[in-house]
Write a protein that binds this ligand. Structure first.
Ligand SMILES: [Zn+2]
Length: 357
């Protein structure tokens, strides 16, 4: 086990929502107390998450197969009135595909709409970026810019996101790793033990700690002055950020798994496609997908905490649990998202319906 085991008892600082196995793939990560959300792939059912869709500022597209991109138009439609920049990331070829979509719109009512699309394509060690403006009928603003790509493709106050090329046959495809930044937190038990009354000074202490500006400062709590260096040492502890791995669609290859392990060993959640069962391994190889057993072995190799399967072939419907059973033979903490229970509707009375032939 890695050294995050203690931190795993901590409260999570983001929530996540994943497509159920029969739905087109998506993973939505929504950070608490922050106007930021991340979307991995654009499965159609993400439409139902309007409040969180409004928070999305980065979309990571694994590849351009229709089931992974079908919800893109609706997300743009939902965000049209927002004054924000939506950053979109994807593998080789994604820029032209998205630009073709945008060119298909006749949108002449957008003069006061400020939505900006920042499209980023990664291929080999290069990145191609182009900006599109909603109030210019989605046309590109200036030429595409090319630069070198190395390290995380996103790095901000919340997290770092890495793209890892995988093997989906003829389709350029990325897995992604999201590494949340570490947090400094007040140890409440120690705070109580020192009999200190919380107040605005707690926020100051954390802020000075995070900006490495502790030296020479003091804080008055009640009638006593405390050196902030001492308070920080006694009260602050670091909660390591969580790691989320998103893998779809790909045939198994130790090379890309090694790349992911190098970034995400000890992952908290591995979200992994398992389109086929082992009994259909030949189909998995033919169509460049994974089996449920391989997904379990991937989570095991990553020393992960939890495996969530998704993107399971409808050929196994309604026995999707077979995939879970198969993965659990090597990685017990495996599950799938379950559909929300249907609301009960009152039986109608006074109506008789005759079924047609
Ligand atoms: Zn695919």
């Amino acid at each position: 086990m890695n050294d995050t085991s203690n931190a795993r008892q901590e409260k999570w600082t983001f929530s996540w929502d994943l497509a159920v196995p029969a739905q087109d793939p998506y993973l939505l990560i929504d950070f608490d107390n922050d106007p930021c959300a991340l979307l991995f792939d654009c499965g159609i059912r993400v439409w139902g998450r309007v409040k969180t869709v409004l928070k999305i500022d980065h979309i990571f597209i694994s590849h351009a197969h229709i089931d992974h991109l079908i919800g893109f138009d609706h997300i743009i439609r939902t965000l049209l009135g927002e004054n924000k920049t939506l950053h979109i990331h994807g593998p080789e070829g994604i820029r032209h595909r998205l630009e073709s979509k945008l060119a298909g719109y006749d949108w002449d009512r957008s003069a006061d709409q400020e939505l900006i699309l920042d499209i980023n394509e990664y291929a080999g060690c290069s990145k191609i970026r182009r900006i599109h403006a909603c109030n210019r009928r989605f046309e590109g603003v200036g030429p595409a810019e090319t630069s070198l790509w190395d390290g995380p493709i996103v790095q901000n106050h919340l997290c770092r996101v890495f793209a890892v090329p995988v093997d989906h046959g003829g389709s350029a495809c990325h897995a992604y790793v999201m590494k949340e930044n570490d947090h400094s937190r007040i140890d409440k038990e120690k705070l109580d033990g020192l009999n200190l009354t919380p107040g605005p000074w707690v926020g100051d202490l954390l802020s000075w700690h995070d900006s490495q500006a502790l030296d020479g400062r003091s804080i008055r709590i009640g009638e006593i002055d405390y050196a902030v260096v001492d308070l920080a040492r006694d009260l602050i502890r670091i909660q390591p950020g969580r790691i989320v791995v998103y893998i779809t669609d790909t045939v198994f290859d130790q090379r890309w798994l090694d790349d992911i392990i190098a970034i995400a060993y000890g992952a908290d959640i591995v979200v992994c496609e398992s389109t086929f069962l082992e009994e259909d391994r030949s189909l998995a190889v033919k169509y460049h997908h994974l089996t449920a057993l391989q997904a379990g072995l991937i989570a095991l190799a990553l020393d992960a905490r939890q495996l969530m399967l998704f993107h399971i072939s409808s050929r196994y419907h309604p026995k999707m649990h077979r995939a879970v059973q198969e993965a659990r033979t090597v990685f017990p903490n495996t599950d799938i998202m379950h559909p929300a229970p249907r609301r009960k509707t009152r039986p109608r009375t006074g109506l008789s319906v005759t079924a047609s032939e």
